[in-house]
Ligand binder design. Structure first.
Ligand code: KG4
Ligand code: ZN
Length: 332
């Protein structure tokens, strides 16, 4: 079969990302412009600022990706873009850029689901093996997805409120750690102990809920401060992290067992968490389950993962017309 080279665009949140991917696995280039520094002083992503930065950076990131891949648009077979879910204003910038490229160079346009991208980040490292279970944990998502084959997604569980990364960022703020708080809480947790007995919110089935845990952290701190008691922030971090990891592992292991699955993929920004990685490594090894966690640059938002998923959509001729719109929520 001929090589298929896809130029992929991802702008669902605060990363302006463009990548050139050949045959779903060979990353010829992956350019990512992160806006974290601009959002830091607000303690979180400000949607309008994100959109404006995408507008400013988009063409430069496209040029970079083509240049670094040593290709021109003539070498590109299709343009892929994240259709959703994400911040609508941010998505629209990427979608319009992708449309303009596809239209002016007469290439097909491939709409890609952001979560499909996160899962296919693993395919870049090693080909996906089915059936598999994917645990997607990021600032915007907490989902458990079963796949029996390529592009065959069954969402068996998701968060009913906060995403796990969002809970990390909010807890970080209560103990005065800078945004994004996940890595900071993770680091601080290694210096503390799980002494505060935060709840382990376990819902029925495979759904998650983290807003109660987040409130428990805030209330505990508030009550202790009112009583004039001091709390060691490292113990807060360690206790919160212990609860999160217990819940994520319990559900994930239960799903692996009841679906008789031996392949586990963990992806999204929170997959960088040292505690989660360590615990899952131990638990999966004890059960003979293969654990796959892509390197950090592929865990956080990037366009290579969109190009990887788009390769399979290309084979199905899953193309959009030029009326493609962004969707802030969209089923996998
Ligand atoms: O996947 P990602 O880069 O962006 C989204 O699509 O949301 O994930 C970012 C999230 C942030 O909430 C950040 O605090 C969290 O991932 N995160 C972590 C760690 N590194 C990043 N959370 C816990 N532990 C970490 N080491
Ligand atoms: Zn993401």
């Amino acid at each position: 079969m001929n090589d298929i080279t896809i130029l992929a665009v991802e702008t669902s949140c605060d990363e302006t990302a463009v990548s050139v991917v050949r045959n779903g696995r060979e990353v010829l280039s992956s350019s990512v412009n992160s806006q974290i520094e601009s959002h830091k002083r607000f303690g979180g992503v400000v949607p309008e600022i994100a959109s404006r930065h995408h507008v400013e950076n988009m063409t430069r990131v496209i040029d970079d990706a083509l240049k670094n891949a040593h290709v021109t648009m003539d070498d590109i077979d299709a343009v892929a873009v994240t259709e959703g879910p994400g911040l609508i204003g941010a998505l629209l910038v990427g979608i319009n850029a992708a449309k303009a490229l596809a239209m002016s160079h007469n290439k097909p346009l491939i709409p890609v689901h952001h979560i499909a991208g996160h899962i296919y980040a693993n395919h870049i490292v090693e080909p996906l093996k089915f059936p598999l279970l994917a645990l997607i944990v990021s600032g915007g998502h907490t989902e458990l997805v079963v796949m029996q084959n390529h592009l065959d997604f069954e969402v068996i569980g998701e968060t009913r409120d906060d995403a796990v990364g969002e809970a990390y960022d909010k807890v970080a703020r209560t103990i005065n750690l800078p945004y994004p708080g996940g890595p900071e809480v993770d680091r601080l947790a290694t210096e503390g102990n799980d002494t505060l007995n935060f709840p382990r919110p376990i819902l029925e089935g495979y759904d998650f809920s983290f807003s109660g845990l987040k409130s428990a952290v805030i209330n505990t701190l508030h009550n202790k401060r009112q009583k004039g008691e001091t709390v060691n922030p490292a113990d807060v971090a360690a206790s919160f992290q212990a609860s999160v990891i217990d819940v994520l592992c319990k559900k994930t292991l239960a799903a692996l067992e009841s679906y008789h699955i031996n392949e586990l993929i963990v992806c999204g920004g929170v997959a960088a968490n040292s505690g989660l990685r360590g615990r899952l490594k131990k638990e999966t090894a004890a059960r003979g389950i293969q654990l796959h966690i892509p390197p950090l640059a592929l865990c956080t938002d990037n366009a290579a993962m969109i190009g990887a998923a788009a390769y399979f959509l290309f084979q199905q001729q899953h193309f959009a017309d030029y009326s493609l719109n962004g969707r802030s929520t969209i089923e996998l």
